[in-house]
Design a protein around this ligand. Structure first.
Ligand SMILES: [Zn+2]
Length: 248
């Protein structure tokens, strides 16, 4: 029933939803922050359609952001499609992909995933997260951590326990990177529609309700980590209910 406002960007002609996997770069004074590192160079069991993505570093560099230029890697949560390129293969082992970066993970998120054995998550945690913590390259931060005047984290639990959204304030304007508090714009209209991967779907829905109440009919630019292009827009609520209006 939402096809009218979802089409053509977020639902195709056959009624299938469209999704995307984005890494986003924030440039703040003296800082270059990479938010999420997409799927990596490894196949994730059960997600062969999506993995691997060998082009990622070339695409990032072509966009003007060679890996050496990133000073902070921030992962909204620790699922494989958000940490994949945190590390890369080199000389028979794995090394940090971003040699000049600190890696930021929420402490509660890191603690949640200790002892994970699920085949879709455990190998990526072992390859792309754990080595960075053990090497002292990761900062385990609170879920409301402030990176700088312009960029801070906002706790948005539910999809995972330590999930964070990213807030940006610049030039009098505000933006919010969703991470996986939503995967698709339709979830702003159907707040209870869940993702199978949610650790707590009730909490995830409550998070969406809170964020919607705070940002609906406001100028906050909402940037969807998994929204198909154009991935940014605004939350609106009127007589026909809440929805997402893409910015063109
Ligand atoms: Zn995701």
């Amino acid at each position: 029933r939402h096809r009218e406002w979802l089409s053509p960007d977020f639902v195709d002609a056959d009624g299938n939803i469209t999704l995307s996997v984005h890494a986003l770069v924030i440039e703040a004074p003296g800082r270059r922050i990479l938010v999420d590192t997409c799927v990596g160079d490894q196949v994730v069991p059960g997600f062969e359609m999506l993995t691997p993505n060998p082009r990622f570093l070339d695409d990032l560099s072509a966009a003007g952001f060679p890996r050496e230029s990133i000073d902070t890697v921030l992962c909204t949560h620790l699922h494989f499609d958000h940490v994949g390129w945190n590390t890369m293969p080199a000389g028979g082992t794995r090394v940090p992909t971003f040699p000049n970066a600190r890696y930021l993970f929420a402490r509660v998120e890191w603690e949640h995933w200790q002892g994970e054995t699920h085949p879709a998550f455990a190998p990526t945690l072992d390859a792309c997260v754990k080595p960075l913590v053990e090497a002292g390259l990761a900062d385990l931060v609170e879920t409301d951590h402030r990176l700088c005047d312009e960029v801070w984290l906002e706790p948005t639990p539910g999809h995972t326990p330590g999930h964070v959204a990213v807030r940006i304030a610049s030039g009098g304007e505000q933006a919010l990177i969703t991470g996986d508090m939503t995967h698709h714009p339709v979830q702003w209209a159907e707040l209870d529609w869940r993702m199978p991967a949610d650790t707590d779907s009730i909490q995830a829905a409550a998070t969406r309700r809170r964020v919607l109440a705070e940002h609906a009919n406001r100028p906050t630019l909402v940037i969807g980590t998994h929204y198909a292009p154009p991935c940014a827009g605004h939350l609106v609520r009127d007589a026909s209910g809440p929805r997402f209006r893409a910015k063109r």
